[in-house]
Structure formats: C-alpha cells, structure tokens
Design a protein around this ligand. Structure first.
Ligand SMILES: Cc1cc2nc3c(=O)[nH]c(=O)nc-3n(C[C@H](O)[C@H](O)[C@H](O)COP(=O)(O)O)c2cc1C
Length: 189
C-alpha cells in the first residue's frame, strides 16, 4: 500500500505516458485525485486511444519546465522518464464520454477514472511554486489549441506571448527562455 500525497479535487499539471515501443507516447495533461482515484478528462487524442487499447497509463510529476515543453512539441522519449520526480502507474476503472460545446466548437470529452497501483520514486526535489514556470505552462496549454483559434484569438495569444517573454527575460532561467523561443518559432507561420 502507498499514500498519494495530493489534495483531492485539485487540478495538477502532469505528464501522462501510454503505450510501449513504437506506440510509446508522453504528453502533458491535467489530472485530479477524486476519492483516491486519478481522473483525466481527455479530448480525442493518441493518449486516449492508447488508454482504451491497454487499460493503463502512467502519470508523471515534475516541475521541470523543459519536460512540459518537450512533451508539447513531441520531443520526449522513454529515456526522459528518468528525469521526473514521481510516477504513478494507473489501471483504468471506467471510461465515460460526453458531448461538449466550447469556444472551439462541438467536441467529445472522455473522463477516465483509474486506480493508482504502483508508485515509482525517481528523485527527491523540494516542492516549489515558480511564477515563470506557471506562465510557460499557461502558454503551452493555449499553444495546444493554437491551430483551432480564430484570427483574433491567435492575435491575443501572440500578445500574451510577447508579454510573457518580457517577464521571462527578467525572471526566467535558461529552460524558460528556451521554452519561449520554441513557442515563438512554432507560432511563426
Ligand atoms: C499543461 C497542459 C495540460 C493539458 N491538459 C489537457 C487535458 O486535461 N486534456 C486534454 O485532452 N488535453 C490537454 N492538453 C493538451 C494535450 O497535451 C495535447 O492535445 C496533446 O497534443 C495530446 O497529444 P496526443 O494526441 O499524443 O495524446 C494539455 C496540454 C498542456 C500543455
């Protein structure tokens, strides 16, 4: 038995890995702990199809902004997992889909409840909150919707990117600066 030391019903930003071999995939997601179970809410994506196929996934906890940036731009592989602090291997209990309508149009979200069955402690780092990291995470979340944005939303995003860049130049470290550089590169069409 192990205890998952997380607050209930609080959204945490994590990495989720699924599949093995050629099908291995690691991406950034939000997760909650509800009644001791891990809950993911997924739009249709590769992670969801792997979870449906295998009935398992692993949640990885890290504060390393370069891992989140790498996950968004598809630059991570299985060797990246040694850099995360803690991983939770999860077994799916239920999968429920529902139709939603948001600013990006009609879509389907799938809620996955899963039981954490194994904990892997890789590294012990000091729990921290870092404003530059939080700002990058927010840019990365929005970046994953960039292709679905209309012209106005794209303009607003690029303005936010400029503002954040100024903050990062003053207060960020090299990893934050690399993240901004990558996002800027990927949003130039
Ligand atoms: C910090 C962060 C949190 C995210 N949370 C979610 C989420 O909870 N659900 C979701 O469907 N996508 C979320 N995304 C977007 C996915 O990471 C993105 O759509 C990704 O490309 C899916 O990859 P896949 O098709 O390989 O699974 C998040 C992105 C970031 C950067």
């Amino acid at each position: 038995m192990f205890t998952v030391n997380l607050e209930e019903d609080t959204l945490y930003e994590v990495l989720v890995s699924t599949g093995t071999g050629d099908d291995f995939n690691i991406r950034a997601f939000g997760m909650r702990l509800v009644d001791g179970n891990i809950v993911l809410k997924l739009y249709p994506n590769h992670t969801l199809s792997n979870i449906k196929k295998t009935g398992t996934f692993t949640v990885h906890f890290t504060t390393d902004v370069s891992l989140f940036t790498g996950a968004v731009f598809g630059l991570l592989d299985e060797s990246s997992l040694k850099l995360v602090d803690v991983s939770l291997v999860c077994e799916v209990i239920s999968i429920d889909s529902s139709h939603v309508e948001d600013s990006y149009g009609k879509n389907i979200t799938t809620t996955i409840h899963a039981k954490p069955v194994e904990i892997i402690r890789n590294r012990e780092s000091i729990p921290t909150i870092n404003r530059a990291t939080n700002k990058i995470i927010e840019l990365l979340v929005d970046y994953t919707r960039y292709d679905y944005m209309n012209i106005d939303a794209k303009k607003q995003y690029l303005e936010k990117l400029e503002q954040t860049e100024k903050y990062i130049q003053k207060n960020g470290n090299q990893k934050h600066k690399q993240a901004i550089k990558k996002i800027k590169k990927e949003t130039k069409s």
